[in-house]
Design a protein around this ligand. Structure first.
Ligand code: ADP
Ligand code: MG
Length: 242
């Protein structure tokens, strides 16, 4: 594959044959605290600072203020870019608060479906406003957990992935995994995404990152160590996990 979108995370592109496939959706899986939000933010911040690429963060679990101050603590200040309309934070936390029995006017509608429609609209509006090259959606767990059955979940993820890809930007989508390990069943988000990256906290201490899939790429599928510091995530791409 030709051109790549650099992830902006030190070391990660070495595992990816140069970066993410342009215009596609890459899923980042990991338990809470593994650094999914940091990864998504570093991806956007690198675009803003090193490539003059606009970015949009779709925050599904936290308010803008909390997000901005959290990332400031990791050396990423989104505020100046927001003022210049180069960065947009979309507060999508309302979507999960829509009750299962919702109404549009007097017409009862499925709240779960309404949440999805709202989210797709929100993505399109943000894409028109900011014309981003990079979008991060963090995280889709609350949305997709409302559709526990794979048959219900598949069209939801498909709509979401299509909405993201229709913007033309390259997207990082994060999701919490409930169970890790080999017996874990493949979720629709994993096969519908172009690539899947998994973050793990190791029982013996330390952290590991593994590229599980990236269509059309010669990836390094070995788990590699990564560290989180006040400068964010760094992938130790040539080191082994022992
Ligand atoms: N300055 C820092 N130095 C080291 N680790 C940090 C620092 N700031 C945050 N972390 C680590 O980052 C993790 C949180 O990252 P985050 O992206 O919010 O995780 P997730 O989104 O996967 O829940 C925590 O485990 C925390 O220990
Ligand atoms: Mg998070």
């Amino acid at each position: 594959m030709g051109s790549r979108v650099q992830s902006g995370l030190p070391g990660l592109d070495k595992l990816l044959e140069g970066g993410f496939p342009p215009g596609k959706v890459v899923l980042v899986l990991g338990e809470p605290g593994t650094g999914k939000s940091i990864l998504a933010s570093q991806y956007l911040m690198w675009g803003l600072t090193s490539a003059h690429e606009n970015g949009v963060f779709i925050g599904m679990n936290e308010s803008k203020d909390r997000y901005v101050s959290e990332m400031k603590g990791l050396g990423m200040d989104f505020e100046p870019f927001e003022k210049d309309n180069k960065f947009g934070f979309v507060d999508a936390t309302d979507i999960r608060r829509i009750p299962d029995q919702a109404r549009v006017g007097r017409i009862p509608v499925g709240g779960r479906e309404l949440g999805l429609v709202n989210l797709v609209d929100t993505i399109q509006e943000a894409a028109e406003k900011f014309v981003p090259k990079r979008i991060a959606i963090d995280s889709i767990s609350d949305l997709v957990f409302r559709f526990p059955e794979v048959e219900q979940r598949r069209p939801v993820i498909l709509d979401l992935v299509e909405a993201l890809q229709s913007t033309g930007s390259t997207c990082v989508m994060t999701s919490e995994v409930t169970s890790t390990g080999t017996e874990r069943t493949l979720q629709p988000e994993e096969y519908l995404a172009e690539g899947v990256i998994q973050l793990k906290t190791l029982q013996k201490g330390g952290r590991s990152i593994q590229v599980l899939k990236m269509r059309g790429s010669k990836i390094d599928i070995k788990p590699r160590p990564y560290v989180i510091s006040e400068k964010g995530i760094e992938v130790l791409a040539t080191e082994e996990i022992y």
